[in-house]
Design a binder for this molecule. Structure first.
Ligand SMILES: NC(=O)c1ccc[n+]([C@@H]2O[C@H](COP(=O)([O-])OP(=O)(O)OC[C@H]3O[C@@H](n4cnc5c(N)ncnc54)[C@H](OP(=O)(O)O)[C@@H]3O)[C@@H](O)[C@H]2O)c1
Length: 326
């Protein structure tokens, strides 16, 4: 048995139910992990509401956690009881005290990184790695725009991009968040609740626009994001915390300067074990270099997942959030 959060029907946070679930022995290729910390992500909200449908109902949400291997199934190589491990690209099932998981989706946590930090960095940090190193390779001297700069992905991305030498413009929802984003490397911040994003970006870039915009807010920022691009610029639309991007006429891309749009997802960038290990290694390397810190803005008991979801959706969190199994 394990305590876990179970979702039996889609809906608001009251659909997250804490209770007992049974746990079999690990199958071929699996290990059992005793979770020490679980990462909270906006994708958990999309799974809960059904925007991203899970494979079946009921299900245990959560794509990211860190813990200790407590049992090794048949045909597993490279992992032993007692190893400290983490994952950040699923499969679903992280909101639990313990779980079985394919060993090929795990990485070992290096010394010097705590379980809580690992749970706070894997999904958001590997997302940052692929967004700024592979979807578009951010270069020193470039100016980029990042929405929700004080959020989970936002805090890691603004630090990593400024470590590369880019000038980062970050949008935020209030002045406290602006101060956080500035401290973490945003040269400019825009409070998009009361400032015009396009106007400020054009002032900052002397009317030239930007080579790339990273937009995870979706509905509320999509138009402004497109309008901030330089000719042949790239809009990376990687989330929809404010709602889905509305239907879009593709001819606008030619009218506005032969623009590009991509809608990437982490799962396609860490599909193979090799891609997963390389992405995690790049994250651990930048963290251990001291150029990127992992800030856990808030933590909750696993049984308080409902409150954690409410706070994330109500824009009350900053940085990463972890759930701690009791
Ligand atoms: N495609 C991928 O591979 C991938 C991977 C990871 C995450 N993501 C996406 O990246 C985004 C960030 O994820 P996260 O877990 O790090 O969350 P987060 O950024 O910590 O939280 C979301 C933030 O979005 C901003 N926001 C703006 N309008 C909002 C609205 N109407 N409702 C709620 N929030 C709003 C808020 O910051 P302000 O108050 O400052 O506006 C809020 O704090 C999500 O959209 C997520 O789906 C995508």
């Amino acid at each position: 048995m394990s305590k876990a959060i179970l979702i039996s029907e889609h809906g608001a946070s009251d659909k997250l139910h804490y209770g007992d679930v049974s746990l079999e022995k690990p199958s071929d290729g699996e290990v059992r992990i005793a979770h020490q910390a679980i990462g909270l992500n906006f994708i958990d909200v999309y799974h809960r509401t059904g925007l991203y449908p899970p494979p079946s109902l009921p299900f245990i949400p959560g794509m990211e956690a860190a813990g200790i291997v407590e049992e090794v199934g048949p045909k597993v190589e490279g992992f032993a009881i007692g190893d400290r491990v983490a994952y950040g690209a699923g499969p679903l099932g992280a909101y639990a005290q313990a779980r079985n998981i394919p060993a090929e989706r795990l990485v070992k946590i290096p010394d010097g990184i705590s379980d809580r930090e690992a749970a706070a960095m894997m999904l958001k940090g590997m997302t940052t790695e692929y967004l700024i190193c592979r979807t578009y390779q951010v270069k020193a001297g470039e100016t980029i725009l990042l929405h929700a700069a004080s959020g989970g992905v936002g805090q890691i991305l603004c630090q990593w991009a400024s470590a590369i030498g880019a000038t980062v413009i970050g949008t935020v929802g209030n002045d406290e968040k602006a101060a956080i984003a500035k401290k973490l490397g945003c040269r400019y911040t825009i409070n998009y609740r009361n400032e015009n994003i396009e106007k400020r970006v054009m002032e900052i870039t002397d009317g030239k626009g930007l080579p790339v915009v990273y937009d995870s807010v979706g509905h509320d920022t999509f138009e402004a994001s497109l309008n901030c691009l330089a000719p042949r610029g790239l809009l990376v639309s990687f989330g929809q915390s404010s709602g889905k991007v509305p239907p879009f006429d593709i001819t606008r891309l030619s009218q506005q300067g032969s623009l590009y749009i991509t809608r990437p997802t982490l799962m396609d960038y860490v599909k193979s074990t090799d891609q997963l290990q390389r992405s995690a290694q790049a994250l651990f390397d930048i963290y251990q270099s001291g150029k990127v810190s992992i800030n856990i803005g808030q933590s909750y008991a696993l049984s308080e997942a409902q409150q954690a979801h409410d706070d994330l959706e109500n824009r009350l969190t900053t940085g990463s959030t972890v759930l701690i199994p009791e």
